[in-house]
Design a protein around this ligand. Structure first.
Ligand SMILES: NC(=O)c1ccc[n+]([C@@H]2O[C@H](COP(=O)([O-])OP(=O)(O)OC[C@H]3O[C@@H](n4cnc5c(N)ncnc54)[C@H](O)[C@@H]3O)[C@@H](O)[C@H]2O)c1
Length: 333
């Protein structure tokens, strides 16, 4: 039995508690939140879970094997560090930490203590992303040209991070999982209209082999859009995460160049074939991820969404902050 402690029961914490609570071989022993009103909500649903307001009652409890950190980003490092130092496996919300140096320290500590460190990159456990991964790995798309995502809606404004640190960890972790290569450089532009934190931002990531990615993240959009286009040499794909059926559509469309000897003689023709929509598994991603965490703790296996993966994402986020400050300066990774 893996005995879990969860720190943070705000917006996302209830999903973490519910999903760990539902796992065979896992018991949520205690929940901590500095806000007593949050603890009242826990008591109503789970009368047997121990409640506390001091995180040390979780990170140093002798009856807890693993700790989930579901608090704002600025607190992740210290809470995860305490838990690891006391011999507990950790499941940390995205983004792993507020700086790359902190992420490195957590990775080293987990390695030294032989403990599992997993970052909640929820989207890589969705049926849609796993299907796209399968299509890319099987060569269905051909070599990749671009990754273009739009993740916009009205709110929720965060108080300690800008829209990039809030929303882009999703896209960056999806890219990190799907794409065969890692970005070489990042450019970010954006603007803030309310509290000094950017609420609209655009990120470009440059890769080798002419692969390029563009991410649009925005807290000020009148409508919610969650659409990603992936262009390949052989096929092009549209993933609309707001669709309940046919989330992914694959288009047999592309460009064929028939004569390239001389740029003026270039003959370009367009291929426009069939569109099809593969079946996508509908299981709750967070449930699969919590199961995977429990399995990694039980077997000692290193998860693919481990501290190193979290560190890669934080490095990219840090690069966006430098680029933003310098109005779109290119930052090499
Ligand atoms: N994976 C996802 O899809 C996803 C979705 C939403 C949020 N998140 C992440 O979850 C984390 C929390 O986000 P949220 O929206 O739930 O925030 P929130 O502000 O709604 O909740 C955070 C809770 O943590 C508590 N807290 C803060 N510091 C604490 C401390 N030191 N000890 C005990 N309790 C403390 C607060 O009282 C609050 O109830 C963030 O890292 C966020 O990025 C992930």
């Amino acid at each position: 039995m893996i005995r879990m402690g969860v720190i943070g029961y705000g917006y996302w914490g209830p999903n973490i508690v519910r999903n760990f609570h539902n796992q065979e071989g896992v018991k949520v022993v205690a929940v901590c939140d500095g806000n007593p009103a949050a603890l009242k909500r826990v008591a109503k649903i789970y009368p047997d879970i121990r409640l506390c307001t001091d995180c040390k009652d979780i990170t140093s409890a002798t009856d807890i094997d693993a700790v989930a950190v579901v608090t704002p980003v600025s607190t992740h490092f210290e809470l995860a560090r305490q838990a690891l130092a006391n011999g507990k496996h950790v499941f940390v919300e995205k983004p792993l930490t507020a700086t790359a140096a902190e992420a490195e320290e957590l990775v080293a500590l987990a390695q030294k203590k032989r403990l599992v460190i997993m970052v909640d990159h929820t989207f890589v456990f969705t049926g849609a992303v796993r299907k796209i991964k399968q299509l890319i790995d099987e060569g269905v798309m051909g070599s990749l040209y671009y990754y273009d995502s739009t993740r916009v809606n009205l709110g929720l404004f965060q108080h300690d991070i800008n829209v990039i640190w809030d929303l882009a960890p999703h896209d960056l972790s999806i890219m990190d999982y799907l794409l065969p290569i890692k970005p070489e450089a990042i450019v970010a532009t954006g603007a803030s209209h309310y509290n000094g934190l950017e609420d609209v931002a655009y990120i470009t990531a440059y890769f080798a082999d002419n692969l390029i990615a563009h991410l649009n993240v925005n807290w000020l959009s009148p409508v919610k859009v969650r659409t990603t286009l992936i262009g390949g040499e052989k096929q092009m794909l549209v993933w609309n995460d707001l669709e309940s059926d046919e989330k992914i559509k694959i288009y047999d469309k592309g460009v064929e160049v028939s004569s390239a000897e001389n740029v003026y003689d270039l003959l370009v023709s367009y291929r426009s074939g069939d569109m099809w929509s593969p079946r996508v598994e509908q299981k709750e991603a967070l449930g699969l991820e919590c199961r995977y965490f429990a399995d990694c703790v039980e077997t000692g296996r290193t998860p693919f969404n481990d501290g190193e993966a979290g560190h890669r994402i934080v490095k990219m986020l840090e690069a966006t902050s430098i680029s933003l400050k310098n109005r779109g300066e290119i930052v090499y990774l």
